[in-house]
Design a protein around this ligand. Structure first.
Ligand code: SF4
Length: 365
C-alpha cells in the first residue's frame, strides 16, 4: 500500500470552481473581457477531456485570459488531500472541498473495467448502524460540480489511453436525497461531450426513498438501481436501517417494482451480512421468499470489521449456507469481492480516520 499526502489550498482562497459557475455568469464575465462565449466551452472541454488541472495548461486560450481566469476562479474546487493506492490497484482519494469538508471516492480497476465509486453528500442522514459514513450524521449535500469533480480526479489517475467505464453511486450519502445534483452530474458524465461513460454502466444505490425511486424511473434513463435491503423483515430492517420505520419494506419493494417495470432494468438488492444479526439460515429463507417473483438479483456484502462499530464479519460457513439457501429459493445471488482492503476502502472509513486523526491532532495542540 502507498499513501501520498498532498498539499492543501492556500488559506483564504475564495475563488469559485469553474464547474460551480453558471453558464450565463461565465459568458458575461468573458464578454466583459472581449472574449467569445465559446471560450466557456473550451474550458469545460479542457477539464473534462483534456485533463487540465490548471488554467496554464489550457494552451489554446490567450495567455492574458488564462492569467485573469486564474485570478478569478479555480479550475477544480476540490484538492486531493490524501491518495492511497492498494496492492490490488484500487485507488482511494480523500478530497478536500472549498469549505474544508472532506469526501471520499474510490477508483477500482478490474480487467477492462475502470469503476469509480462516488459520494453524493458530506456525511449521511440515514444512520445505517454498520456504516462509518453515517456516524456523524448529514453535514450537507454535494453540488453537481463536486460530484463531477470526483470523477475527474479519478479519471486523471488513469493513463492517457484509458478512460472510466463504470460509475457506482455507493459512496458517502444517500444519492436519492440529493437527486437533482446527482442527475446534473451524471448528465455530463454520460454525455459524449463530457466523460462519455455509458448510462447503462451507472448504478445508483439507495436505502429506498420510494417517491424518489419513482421519480428516477419516470425519467426513463438507463441507470441501474440497487436497493440496500440488509434485512428480510420490517423489524430487523428498522434495527439496521433506522429510516425504515418511516418508509417500510412494502413501499420500497413496490417502488423498486415500478422502477423495473418502467425502465425494463433488473433491480439489484444489496445485503450487508452482519454476524449473528442478519446472517442466519432463517434470514436467507425469508429473503428468498420476500424477493420471489421479482426477477431480483442479490449482492451479498460480508461486513468487514470497522473500528468503533460493534459488528463482526460472518463466518465462511454462514456465508456459504446463506448463498446456497438463496439460490435454492430461485434467487440469483453473488458475493461482492473485497477490493482495497488494505486502504480502508469501505464507505466512510478513510474520512473517519482522517477526522479522528485531525481531532487527535487538535487535542494535542
Ligand atoms: S450505508 Fe449508505 S445510506 Fe447507510 S448511512 Fe452509510 S452512506 Fe448512508
Amino acid at each position: 500500500m502507498h499513501a501520498l499526502q498532498l498539499s492543501s489550498r492556500p488559506a483564504g482562497d475564495s475563488r469559485r470552481a469553474l464547474l460551480e459557475v453558471p453558464g450565463e455568469e461565465m459568458r458575461s464575465w468573458l464578454h466583459a473581457r472581449g472574449q467569445a462565449p465559446l471560450r466557456a466551452r473550451q474550458m469545460r472541454r479542457w477539464l473534462l477531456a483534456g485533463r487540465a488541472t490548471s488554467f496554464e495548461q489550457m494552451s489554446d486560450l490567450p495567455k492574458q485570459l488564462r492569467d485573469e481566469l486564474a485570478a478569478a476562479y479555480r479550475p477544480l474546487g476540490s484538492d486531493i488531500a490524501r491518495h492511497l493506492i492498494s496492492c490490488d490497484g484500487t485507488h482511494k482519494l480523500l478530497l478536500r472541498l472549498h469549505d474544508e469538508q472532506v469526501i471520499e471516492c474510490v477508483l477500482l480497476q478490474e480487467a477492462d473495467r475502470r469503476t469509480v465509486c462516488i459520494s453524493t453528500q458530506v456525511g449521511c442522514g440515514m444512520g445505517c448502524v454498520f456504516c462509518a459514513s453515517g456516524l456523524g450524521g448529514l453535514v450537507r449535500n454535494l453540488t453537481a460540480g463536486e460530484i463531477l469533480e470526483q470523477l475527474i480526479h479519478a479519471r486523471n489517475l488513469l493513463p492517457a489511453e484509458e478512460r472510466l467505464t463504470h460509475i457506482v453511486v455507493m459512496g458517502m450519502g444517500e444519492p436519492l436525497a440529493n437527486l437533482d445534483a446527482l442527475l446534473e452530474a451524471l448528465a455530463v458524465a454520460t454525455s459524449p461531450q463530457g466523460l462519455g461513460i455509458g448510462a447503462r454502466h451507472v448504478t445508483i444505490s439507495t436505502v429506498g426513498l420510494p417517491a424518489k425511486i419513482r421519480q428516477l424511473a419516470d425519467l426513463k434513463k438507463q441507470y441501474h438501481l440497487a436497493v440496500s435491503l440488509h434485512a428480510p423483515n420490517e423489524e430487523l430492517r428498522t434495527r439496521i436501517v433506522p429510516t425504515n420505520d418511516k418508509t417500510g419494506l412494502p413501499a420500497i419493494l413496490e417502488a423498486a417494482g415500478y422502477f423495473q417495470a418502467t425502465t425494463g432494468r433488473q433491480v439489484t438488492y444489496e445485503y450487508v451480512l452482519l454476524r449473528d444479526l442478519n446472517d442466519q439460515p432463517a434470514h436467507a429463507a425469508e429473503l428468498a421468499k420476500l424477493l420471489r417473483g421479482r426477477q431480483a438479483h442479490v449482492n451479498l456484502i460480508p461486513f468487514n470489521d470497522v473500528e468503533g462499530l460493534p459488528y463482526r464479519r460472518l463466518t465462511q460457513q454462514a456465508l456459504t449456507d446463506f448463498v446456497a439457501i438463496l439460490r435454492g429459493g430461485g434467487i440469483s445471488a453473488k458475493v461482492r469481492k473485497r477490493k482495497g482492503a488494505d486502504i480502508d476502502a469501505a464507505c466512510g472509513q478513510l474520512r473517519r480516520a482522517a477526522n479522528t486523526e485531525e481531532s487527535h491532532h487538535e487535542s494535542h495542540e
